[in-house]
Design a protein around this ligand. Structure first.
Ligand code: AMP
Length: 380
């Protein structure tokens, strides 16, 4: 089915063609017509499913048809858990809204950077993508009002709850007008989230995308058992021997992220760290350098690993395993996306072997273990 069958305007179809989006993804096929009709949506989907364009396109179209707002009264609000996701979603609005006959101003606001430019920038904004804390700060200084909101999107709502945004989300809900359309996206449905759904959504269309399973088939999974102290040399060996040009490496802590990055650089492999202790500017810059190929390795903690969308990422390496099997799937899901295959490599210390078995069981897939201690790592 082509996009033109979904009821989108010529201006939006033109942007889609420019992006080489030939066919809507399953979630888009279902969500776009329903959102255009004003229905609430509960989307069980994650990054990689195409959910962003699934809500961006119909929101642009709906706001295009309406009247422009009073200044600083945004009409669509997208609440997201992280700054990176805020920037990313805003970019999709900008890209897909490029040809609209009446330009619609969109903006991303998030904490960790100075609030003043955001206060000034909110002039005339109709679509706002925001993290919860900074949004509340901006409301309290009257830089923005939510009283004219027509559409609310909660993106990665499960993660917002995990990151402890529940109280802030409740405050935001209280400031919204009662009459509005609600779109909620989440990778999973917890009890907490179900409560929010019940209070928030009116007779929603439920869309479930089994993205994790589809994705896993595209991913070649490899695992090495290796002594903890040899993980560094094995990592460098793999990057060099497999001629890896772009790799996302996951560790379990900020401290380890910095340590792995330092060691890679000392050994001539260009690497940069991204984690919550870095300033927003440094995080944006790290992501940019990595995406543009100027830096070979991006070393990250789980928080930053989810939600980051990098097209055709060929390799993901788990320097350490994550605690939850779900996070393992999210991590390796950074590769093998958008119909291109990828490889996920895990370095398993003796202490992690049992945990890796648990992960494989939960995932429903077995990964062959290679003994990394047998590899000659001299010189790495
Ligand atoms: P998302 O799940 O929204 O983060 O999107 C995942 C990736 O799929 C992004 O890189 C999008 O640019 C891409 N994408 C979304 N919709 C389409 C489509 N219909 N055709 C091709 N690529 C798409």
């Amino acid at each position: 089915m082509p996009f033109s069958k979904l009821g989108l305007s010529d201006a939006l179809l033109k942007s889609l063609a420019e992006q080489n989006y030939t066919e809507p993804y399953p979630i888009q096929q279902q969500a776009i017509p329903a959102i255009l009709k004003g229905k609430d949506i509960l989307g069980i989907a994650q990054t990689g499913s195409g959910k962003t364009a699934g809500f961006v396109l119909p929101i642009l179209q709906q706001l295009q048809d309406g009247v422009s707002t009073k200044n600083r009264h945004v009409r669509a609000l997208i609440v997201v858990p992280t700054r990176e996701l805020a920037i990313q979603v805003n970019e999709v609005f900008t890209t897909l809204g490029k040809h609209l006959p009446r330009p619609i101003k969109t903006m991303a606001v998030y904490g960790g950077v100075s609030i003043n430019p955001q206060m000034i920038g909110l002039q005339g904004v109709e679509i706002l993508v925001a993290t919860p804390g900074r949004l509340l700060d901006l409301i309290s200084t009257n830089a923005v009002s939510l009283s004219a909101i027509k559409i609310l999107v909660l993106d990665e709502a499960d993660k917002m709850l995990n990151l402890g945004f529940k109280e802030e989300m409740t405050k935001i809900f209280e400031l919204l007008p009662k009459q509005r359309q609600n779109l909620l996206f989440s990778a999973t449905l917890s009890d907490d989230l179900n409560n929010i759904n019940r209070n928030l959504l009116r007779d929603p269309l439920v869309i479930k995308v089994e993205e994790e399973i589809q994705n896993l088939d595209l991913i070649k999974q490899v695992a090495f058992t290796i002594a903890e102290e040899k993980k560094g040399p094995l990592l460098r060996y793999l990057i060099r021997e497999q001629n890896i040009e772009q790799v996302l490496i996951f560790t379990s802590s900020v401290h380890r992220t910095d340590a792995v990055t330092l060691k890679l650089n000392q050994n001539g492999i260009n690497a940069i760290a991204i984690h919550s202790k870095k300033s927003q500017d440094a995080r944006n810059q790290a992501l940019e350098l990595f995406k543009s190929g100027k830096v070979k390795a991006l070393v990250a903690t789980d928080l930053l690993g989810r939600g980051i969308d990098i097209k055709y990422l060929p390799y993901v390496i788990n320097y350490e395993l994550p605690r939850s099997p779900k996070d393992y799937i999210h991590r390796i899901g950074r590769t093998g996306r958008a119909e291109s295959s990828g490889e996920a490599i895990s370095l398993i210390s003796p202490e992690e072997e049992h945990h890796f078995k648990v992960i494989q069981k939960k995932m429903g897939k077995r990964v062959a273990l290679t003994d990394g201690n047998e590899i000659n790592l001299k010189g790495y």
